[in-house]
Design a binder for this molecule. Sequence first.
Ligand code: AMP
Length: 178
Amino acid sequence: MESGWPESLIRDIPDFPTQGIMFKDITPLLDDGDALRWSADALADRLSSTPADRIVGVEARGFILGAAVAYRLGLGFVPFRKPGKLPYDTMSVDYQLEYGTASLEAHTDALSPGQRVLIVDDVLATGGTAAAAVELVKSGDAEVVGVGVLLELGFLGGRARLGNGYPVTSLFYCGGDE
Ligand code: AMP
């Protein structure tokens, strides 16, 4: 395996979507079949030691990895979506992004009380999205047992924001000075 592969396939896009943000573009990694399979398998393997009932994927890139992880672990997949996309009754939460504000919605019957949930997304930055997903899981009286991401931007403190109760598994870690 080439050194740094497949993390080297995550591309830096400066000043996207706003000035000062270094956007981590995972599309080159998704474009490479071996890299996609390796990444989904590796994340699923790391999460497999945590007993869970459902994978929650956060729109949009969390759907890609979340669905692959759910498939691999044999678990159901629950989409947490941007406002107005889900057809049935919804519950929602508003939150701050690294670059703006946003809302997440879930179907009111998406999760059952007591279900153990793993939240999957592509990038953990400030942790605002993951924290919002945690709130939404709690609204369904379910329990978050972990958060899994492809890439953690450690210098933005997302893990600390989530606190110890929600263990974070990240396949790749960016401390900020590389
Ligand atoms: P945050 O809520 O700050 O942890 O941001 C995480 C969410 O926003 C994830 O759904 C990411 O897809 C996206 N995101 C935030 N910052 C970045 C970044 N620098 N590069 C790529 N995606 C990002």
